[in-house]
Design a protein around this ligand. Structure first.
Ligand SMILES: [Fe+2]
Ligand SMILES: [Fe+2]
Length: 284
C-alpha cells in the first residue's frame, strides 16, 4: 500500500514542483551570503507575489503605522523568512486549496494558528529558528489536503470511519491506508518539493515527536502548538474530538503555566489580525 500510494502521489502532475519563484526564494534564503537585493530581484519579477506582499505588509497582522508602498521597503520590514513563508503559503494554497471534503477556510485557520503558536513557543524556549517553526506549523497537515484533493474516495472513507468509530483522523487513516498517515504523506510532498530536510522531518514527526527515546525539539514544538490550537477551537482540521494533553511534551518544553496562558490569549488575537492574510490566500 505504501509503495502504491507513494507511486500515485509521484505521478500527480500538478504537485510536481514548486513554482520557480518559491524554489529560488528557498535557495536564496537558506544561503547566508545572499542579500536583501537578491531577494528583491526575485520578488519584483513576480507581479502577483509583489502585490500580495504589499497587501500583507499593510494588513493589521503586521500593524505598521504608515503605508508601505514599495517592495523594497516591504522586504526590509518583513525580512527574508517572512517573504519566503508568504510565497510558500500562497503556492501551497494555489496547488491544494480546492478540496470539497475539507472546509478549506477552517483548515487554513488551523494551519495558521499552529504556525503562529509554533513560532511563539519557539521564541519562548529560545529555539534558534523560530521562522522554521512557523513554516512547519503552516505545512504540518498538508498530507490531509493531498488525500482529500487527490484521493477523495479514500479520504471520505477515512472521515466516515473516524466519525462512526469516534477515532482520530490519523487512526482512521492508518486503518484504511495500512499504517500510512497524513504526516508521512505530507513529508513525501515536502521531499518532492525539495524543502529543507528540517521541515520534511518535522512534518513527518508532528504526531510522534519522539525518536529513539528522545524528543525532537521542532517536532515537539509543532505537536504542542497543534494541541493548543485544537484546545482553543481555532479552525478545524478534521478531528471531532480533542486529543488528550501529552504532559511529557509540555514537560520537555518546560514553559511555565503563565506563559502557556499568555499563548492561549495571544494566539486568538493574532489569528483575528491574520484574517486579512487568510482572505488574501483565499482570493489569489
Ligand atoms: Fe496532523
Ligand atoms: Fe494539525
Amino acid at each position: 500500500m505504501k509503495i502504491q500510494l507513494l507511486e500515485k502521489i509521484k505521478t500527480i502532475k500538478n504537485l510536481n514542483m514548486l513554482p520557480a519563484v518559491v524554489s529560488k526564494l528557498l535557495q536564496i534564503t537558506s544561503n547566508p551570503k545572499s542579500s536583501v537585493q537578491d531577494v528583491a530581484k526575485i520578488v519584483k519579477n513576480d507581479f502577483t507575489l509583489s502585490a500580495n506582499i504589499l497587501k500583507i505588509v499593510n494588513s493589521p497582522f503586521y500593524g505598521f503605522p504608515r503605508k508601505i508602498v514599495t517592495v523594497n521597503d516591504a522586504l526590509v520590514i518583513l525580512g527574508y523568512t517572512d517573504i519566503r513563508n508568504i510565497a510558500l503559503s500562497l503556492t501551497v494554497f494555489d496547488k491544494l486549496g480546492y478540496t470539497k471534503l475539507i472546509n478549506i477556510n477552517e483548515f487554513w485557520r488551523h494551519s495558521l494558528g499552529v504556525a503562529i503558536t509554533s513560532k511563539m513557543l519557539a521564541e519562548i524556549i529560545k529555539y534558534p529558528k523560530p521562522d522554521e517553526a512557523f513554516i512547519c506549523g503552516q505545512l504540518h497537515d498538508i498530507g490531509k489536503l493531498i488525500l482529500s484533493e487527490y484521493f477523495p474516495e479514500m479520504f471520505k472513507k477515512i472521515i466516515d470511519l473516524a466519525n462512526n468509530e469516534k477515532l482520530f483522523i490519523i487512526e482512521a487513516e492508518e486503518k484504511i491506508l495500512d499504517g500510512i498517515n497524513h504526516a508521512q504523506i505530507g513529508s513525501w510532498i515536502c521531499e518532492k518539493w525539495k524543502l529543507p530536510p528540517l521541515i520534511t522531518r518535522t512534518v513527518a514527526m508532528h504526531h510522534s515527536p519522539m525518536i529513539a527515546g528522545k524528543f525532537d525539539e521542532l517536532s515537539t514544538i509543532v505537536n504542542a502548538a497543534d494541541f493548543i490550537i485544537k484546545d482553543s477551537e481555532i479552525g478545524f482540521s478534521g478531528d471531532c474530538k480533542l486529543p488528550e494533553v501529552d504532559a511529557d511534551v509540555f514537560e520537555f518544553l518546560n514553559i511555565s503555566d503563565e506563559k502557556i496562558d499568555l499563548i492561549y490569549n495571544d494566539v486568538k488575537l493574532k489569528i483575528n489580525q491574520a484574517e486579512v492574510f487568510l482572505n488574501m490566500i483565499k482570493n489569489t
